[in-house]
Design a protein around this ligand. Structure first.
Ligand code: R5P
Length: 301
């Protein structure tokens, strides 16, 4: 069945790479903002969607709220233009850290978003959702992890020896285990505590066999870099030789780059899930367009 890509605004070059690898056309979407601030969009040639599989490719950073609405609008427009099936490829799903009630009176925003997308798409692929529990009972969703590729890149490009994969907290342990088992490596984890009111994080003392080993810290998101910087400092204090990072979504807000650079982290490998936003020396992007193209082809045929 024929497939077309219906692109969101912030996915950048990834969508072009994906289109080339999958041999799938990217449709033009025209947009405007009304004087009162409301957004409008239109698939410029709706006939190109009719009878085809529409793959809406979008990310939810920056401008998470706009991106969420845009994703829903693109899916709705595709459906109304006569798509046979509407598939979402959401390279970064925002708000997934609010995956439960931490304090009374909160919403569970991650659940709201997962349910909203699930109502409008026939199938949704997300890359490394913060909390896989949000989608584990939902057959529409697939969570894509690329830590094998990220860690392999680190090992080959950085000449790492005797690597140990470490997750900075229990919540990311499944990522460390997944990568370690795929690549036949050792893994371990740290114990992190975050104050729900102030946001301050602490890493509790824990015995780790890191002496003279090269460490690869794996995590889903680097936002303020506080988690990675603290983990790196603790691991270096415990005797680790070099610290590398494999993180799916490098938001790196404000002056995070400097914080990471001064923490002793040798290099951070990431995916272009929110576009390629950092050109600094410490950051390396790993292209996953080929893998995403295969996943889309398998989902469609
Ligand atoms: C939290 O549990 C996440 O997995 C990340 O560790 C966290 O979001 C990173 O945030 P930051 O970079 O601000 O420490």
């Amino acid at each position: 069945m024929d497939t077309v890509i219906v692109p969101g605004r912030f996915v950048g070059r990834l969508v072009e790479d994906l289109s080339k690898r999958a041999g799938v056309e990217i449709l033009d979407v025209s947009r405007k903002i009304f004087p009162d601030g409301e957004h409008y969009l239109r698939i410029s040639n709706p006939d190109e969607v009719k009878g085809k599989v529409a793959v809406v490719v979008n990310t939810m950073y920056p401008r998470q709220n706009d991106a969420l609405l845009e994703t829903l609008m693109l899916a709705d427009a595709s459906r109304r233009a006569g798509a046979n099936a509407v598939i979402g490829l959401i390279t970064y799903l925002a708000y997934a850290r609010q995956d439960k009630l931490f304090l009374p009176g909160e919403p569970v925003t991650g659940r709201l978003i997962v349910d909203s997308l699930g109502r409008i798409f026939d199938r949704v692929f997300v890359i490394d959702i913060h909390s896989p529990g949000l989608i584990e009972d939902n057959p529409l969703y697939s969570n894509l992890l690329f830590f094998d590729k990220l860690v392999e890149e680190i090992i080959s490009k950085e000449r790492v020896s005797d690597p140990l994969i470490v997750s900075p907290d229990l919540g990311a342990l499944h990522r460390a285990r997944w990568a370690a088992e795929k690549l036949g490596l050792d893994y371990d984890y740290l114990v992190k505590h975050r104050d729900r009111i102030t946001g301050e994080i602490k890493i509790e003392p824990k015995t780790l066999e890191v002496d003279e080993r090269d460490i690869v810290i794996v995590d889903d998101i680097a936002s303020t870099g506080g988690t990675l910087a603290l983990a790196a400092v603790k691991l270096l204090e415990a005797g680790a030789r070099n610290i590398f990072v494999a993180v799916s979504h490098a938001l790196l807000v404000h002056d995070t780059y400097n914080r990471i650079a001064s923490s002793g982290i040798r290099r951070l490998y990431t995916l272009p899930t929110i576009g390629v936003r950092h050109e600094e020396e410490l950051i390396r992007y790993v292209n996953i367009a080929g893998e995403l193209a295969e996943i889309i082809k398998r989902a469609v045929y």
